[in-house]
Ligand binder design. Structure first.
Ligand code: ADP
Length: 163
């Protein structure tokens, strides 16, 4: 069984994330979306909100080999706990590469048996990040098409209320 773990803040999960997830779900037997529980990042959406939006998206997309969960602490420990041999990450630009390069070295140091697999963002999503969804939505701009359709209304209303 090839198991991959796709970690991130997912604050909120975007269609850029979905693109990476679909590719990973096609490659691995099971993919775990691991939502980082890190209050230092001051997420806008609570852990409960992020997980329930992700679960709704998994159902709506019919991704039967995808699961979700929260994690804190070291990713390699969580990976071991769920039996994942691979970490999945997405790359949008050279700035992502720089960061991922460092994280990869750290994770290899912690556990040389866990490897990271990278998917390039599709050109249509290479500008897309959770932070620009939060920014656009918070200023009343349209985020339709930037987040999974099943979560669009919820995210729109939730960000509008923040103003
Ligand atoms: P983190 O806080 O760990 O960077 P994110 O939720 O921002 O978590 O992203 C999780 C992963 O998804 C990262 O590997 C990130 O590079 C990737 N990612 C984010 N947005 C996109 C996108 N538009 N296209 C492809 N990959 C993306």
């Amino acid at each position: 069984m090839k198991i991959g773990v796709y970690p991130g803040s997912f604050d909120p999960f975007t269609i850029g994330h979905l693109d990476v997830l679909r590719n990973a779900a096609g490659l691995f037997d099971t993919v775990y979306i691991a939502v980082l529980n890190n209050n230092a990042k001051s997420p806008v959406f609570s852990m409960e909100e992020r997980l329930s939006m992700i679960d709704r998206m998994i159902d709506a997309e019919g991704l039967s080999n995808v699961r979700s969960g929260a994690f804190s602490g070291l990713l390699v420990d969580y990976a071991k706990q769920i039996g994942a041999q691979y970490i999945i990450r997405g790359l949008r630009a050279i700035t992502d590469f720089d960061y991922e390069f460092q994280i990869d070295a750290v994770n290899r140091h912690l556990d040389p048996e866990i490897h990271t697999v990278y998917f390039m963002a599709s050109p249509a999503h290479s500008f897309l990040s959770s932070s620009n969804v939060r920014e656009i939505g918070g200023m009343g701009g349209s985020i339709e098409g930037l987040v999974p359709q099943c979560n669009y209304q919820y995210i729109r209303e939730r960000l509008a209320r923040q103003k």
